[in-house]
Design a protein around this ligand. Structure first.
Ligand code: SF4
Length: 341
């Protein structure tokens, strides 16, 4: 296939389109960009994975979309279009209407969004009543059903618990219930299952899938775990040092990775490398004040050449649903041995 340079997103039908987004942080060392020219598209009714190690800019990306940046942070350039509405310039009132109803967010730490002095059932019910016209009885029934679906044991009793009376895992499931109960158009989940054990994780991912299938909800799932991506995602964006370095549909990415960083992430996946020695990627994500010249992955890349260190590679189309930011012109065979089928 003929390759061409592109910065266009993968698909055309989108509930959200992010284009050339740059998020800035004002610091003593100057203006830094944890999100540096990111374009991505979230098609309607699809689950999109945004993957990378911690410190690569994934959470800052979610916070830019939700307008939850720290005091010294701001969107410096680019656009975030949600169902035709530009979020970077819309009013606080318009944002408030969208948040909690059409776009919801799940954080990794549930205590950031649960009120410690209100019973958890009431908190989820309040979210529901704010956005849906239901009687008290109907609302309570819906909350208890959601708690049941989330695998919360004794849901009627837990309805009356305060957050501090629940384990971390149960609090997380309460928060996920609150985010899903209004059946949002877009759910942004930032490492939602990282603190949970694998059985509960599987239950929550299954619920996310159901919401996608039955309600057409789109999900942006932010995670460091490619295993989770393999379970539920349709499309994957791999992020490194503030930039998207590879984007593909999930099968394509797992079977035909093109970026050495993706290859490294795949080689460190236990489920893919049974019986083989797992290899972690040497080195760490560069800090914002010390971004390398040229390709940002070059200091950790086994294929780096002098040319890579001089010029930042552009994102290139290498297949119908596949883009990569790397000069290498071939598929990489990860140690799982599946790259060429
Ligand atoms: Fe490695 Fe060069 Fe590709 Fe960067 S451009 S990922 S250094 S091969």
């Amino acid at each position: 296939m003929e390759e061409k340079k592109t910065t266009e997103p993968v698909s055309e039908q989108a509930v959200m389109t992010v284009k050339d987004l740059r998020t800035a942080l004002k610091t003593r060392q100057g203006i830094l960009y944890p999100v540096d020219g990111v374009s991505l598209e979230i098609p309607k009714g699809k689950i999109i994975g945004l993957v990378g190690e911690s410190g690569c800019g994934k959470s800052m990306m979610a916070n830019s979309i939700m307008n939850l940046l720290p005091k010294n942070g701001y969107v410096a350039e680019g656009s975030i279009l949600f169902q035709g509405k530009e979020l970077t310039t819309c009013s606080k009132e318009e944002r408030r209407k969208l948040s909690g109803n059409r776009i919801t967010l799940i954080f990794q730490d549930p205590m950031t969004s649960l009120n410690p002095v209100i019973r958890v059932g009431k908190q989820v019910e309040e979210v529901l009543k704010l956005h849906k016209n239901l009687s008290k009885e109907e609302a309570k029934k819906t909350v208890i059903q959601m708690f049941t679906d989330m695998g919360i044991p004794e849901p009627e009793r837990r309805y009356y618990s305060f957050p501090h009376e629940l384990s971390g895992g149960l609090r997380q499931r309460v928060m996920i219930s609150a985010a899903m109960i209004c059946r949002p158009d877009l759910l942004i989940a930032d490492e939602p299952t990282t603190a949970l054990d694998v059985t509960i994780e599987a239950q929550i991912l299954k619920k996310m899938k159901t919401l996608q299938k039955e309600e057409g909800t789109s999900v942006l799932l932010i995670t460091h775990d490619l295993g989770v991506v393999a379970e539920v995602c349709d499309l994957v964006y791999v992020m490194y040092a503030g930039k998207i370095v590879e984007a593909a549909d999930v099968r394509e990415l797992f079977h035909h990775p093109r970026h050495p960083y993706t290859e490294g992430l795949l080689n460190s996946l236990p489920s893919r490398n049974r019986g083989r020695r797992l290899r972690s990627i040497p080195g760490v994500v560069p800090i914002l004040t010390e971004m390398p010249e040229g390709c940002r992955f070059a200091p950790r890349c086994p294929y780096a050449t002098d040319a890579c260190r001089q010029k930042q590679p552009e994102m290139r189309q290498v297949g119908d649903s596949h883009q990569v930011r790397c000069v290498l012109d071939r598929e990489l065979i990860s140690e799982g041995g599946e790259a060429n089928g």
